[in-house]
Design a binder for this molecule. Structure first.
Ligand code: ZN
Length: 508
């Protein structure tokens, strides 16, 4: 018996060891499996980063109002696609309400083709003041409102208003309120002003805050999210009707006509079968379309000829449209007609009977009849060389454009402050107003165009092209326009693809 017991104990001990060993192995194995599982999805534990850069492909006919379902790519840095990651499913609630989710990487374009991507920079919505529990009193500014009156309405003292507007240069702009803007007020426990903001528009707000040191002001700019959109159409009826049918607004149609207005006379040369394609910007706030941005690149096919334009802003911030192939400016150095909505009342001739002088005289300009006060625009960029009364010309402005060209504007009722002698004026800038000073029977603009001092017919003289891309910006222009054209072609290609699919009969 005595032998048995120790033996039993030995056997038992052996069994215990086996159980413990097994348990240890099981624990280690479980731990290893867990380790593997958790290491498979480390991304989901990381919060998503903002701001995002996003690019949307919009083809006419698709619903532009559902950004969430649109193929999109996001990265961290504006203007550059640097990374390509999936959005974490368990990411925290974004603090910025204008964050666009959710990217679908499998449907999106490869990153290297997206260098022309538009940007979104999300900023905190202005209405979020995290530490405040109080609510804002809101007042929409109506015509006839003044800050003084609104302060009175709010039972705030004129002294407070005076203290605010004299606190800084920025705070002074508070006084400049316009109908449609919104004023928002938050009070402290004593019912006096704690914070005041003017919401100028959805992107711009002026915020005034009371601090221990007085009033502090801050301008809050919310950057819009920019997306690319594409439209195309064929002329069947008119530029406006067919433009609208392809989804463009009247303003965009005007913009397109302005870009190609130097190549095509839309009133006379537009033909049935002409067509256009354009890539433009759409600006979004909080995922909702806020407004259209500019046309970025466009093509207009008119009577067997194709005209192209690409928008480019120089590093010194001058924006114009250029031919992507040769970098030539789409504009000419001169506009043909310096007054809008005018009627030609007298043409250029070498001899004519002057109604006031009662004798035959040459008329070396064009007369445009227009109501007194109609603005007169500088035909081109140049320097004002003369401003004053000039005999029968009455009030006159003369502009020198480079070394070769001079323009003259006569019979003005008054000058604009931009046209003082020696001032540089830009093309289209108002220099004065139509009148009938000097020898004039009725209000009109007498306009002259001289090339190397010789009078030429302003209606027929060949107008030089505006300056092309300067050499120092040529490389930058080439790079940027190549990107834009690539994006444009991708949209156009997608559209063709869709058209092809729709045309293919279902049975084969
Ligand atoms: Zn005249």
């Amino acid at each position: 018996m005595q032998d048995y017991k120790p033996h039993f104990q030995k056997v038992q001990r052996h069994a215990y060891r086996k159980v413990i060993l097994f348990a240890v192995i099981a624990i280690i194995a479980t731990a290893v499996i867990f380790q593997f599982e958790s290491s498979e999805t480390p991304i989901t534990t990381e919060p998503a980063k903002t701001p995002f850069v996003i690019q949307k492909l919009k083809i006419p006919g698709t619903d532009s109002k559902t950004p969430d379902s649109t193929p999109a790519v996001k990265t961290e840095a504006p203007l550059q696609i640097t990374e390509y990651e999936s959005v974490a499913a368990s990411r925290p609630e974004p603090q910025n309400t204008n964050v666009i989710d959710i990217a679908e990487p499998d449907k999106a374009e490869p990153p290297e083709t997206l260098s022309a991507a538009a940007t979104i920079v999300a900023s905190a919505p202005v209405t979020d003041t995290p530490t405040m529990t109080a609510t804002w009193e809101t007042r929409v500014i109506k015509s006839g409102d003044s800050l003084a009156n609104i302060f009175k309405e709010w039972k705030l003292s004129p002294t407070t208003l005076h203290k605010i507007v004299t606190s800084s240069k920025l705070a002074k702009t508070l006084a400049d309120i316009h109908p449609g803007e919104t004023l928002k007020l938050m009070r402290d426990d004593d019912d006096s002003l704690l914070e005041l903001m003017v919401v100028r528009n959805p992107t711009e707000t002026l915020l005034i805050t009371k601090t221990d040191k007085g009033f502090e002001s801050e301008k809050i700019i919310r950057e819009v999210e920019v997306r690319h959109a594409y439209a195309s159409g064929t002329i069947e009826t008119s530029l406006f009707i067919d433009g609208q049918n392809s989804g463009l607004t009247d303003a965009q149609i005007m913009e397109m006509a302005g870009i190609f207005g130097w190549d095509i006379d839309f009133a006379l040369e537009l033909r049935k079968g002409d067509s256009f394609k354009l890539l433009y910007e759409e600006h979004f706030l909080d995922g909702k379309k806020y407004r259209n941005g500019p046309i970025l690149t466009a093509e207009f096919h008119n009577n067997q000829k194709t005209f192209k334009a690409v928008r480019y802003t120089t590093p010194d911030n001058i924006t114009s449209y250029y031919d992507p192939d040769d970098g030539r400016n789409k504009k000419r150095a001169f506009i043909r007609t310096p007054v809008k909505f005018a009627r030609i009342s007298s043409r250029f001739t070498n001899k004519r009977f002057h109604p006031k002088l009662k004798k035959w005289r040459a008329h070396r300009g064009v007369d445009y009849a227009a109501p007194t006060g109609t603005p007169i625009k500088a035909a081109g960029k140049g320097k004002v060389t003369f401003r004053g009364k000039k005999g029968g010309y009455g009030k006159t402005v003369m502009i020198q454009h480079g070394t070769k060209y001079t323009t003259l504007y006569a019979h003005l009722s008054k000058y604009s402050k931009n046209s003082r002698k020696g001032k540089t004026v830009s093309q289209g800038q108002v220099i004065g107003y139509v009148g009938k000073t000097g020898l004039a029977t009725g209000p009109h603009l007498h306009y002259e165009f001289r090339v190397n001092g010789v009078h030429r017919n302003p209606l027929t003289v060949k107008l030089p092209k505006a300056d092309p891309i300067s050499k120092k910006y040529r490389q930058d222009f080439n790079a940027k326009s190549t990107e834009l054209i690539a994006t444009f072609k991708r949209f156009a290609g997608n559209e063709q693809q869709i058209a092809k699919t729709e045309d293919t009969p279902k049975d084969g």
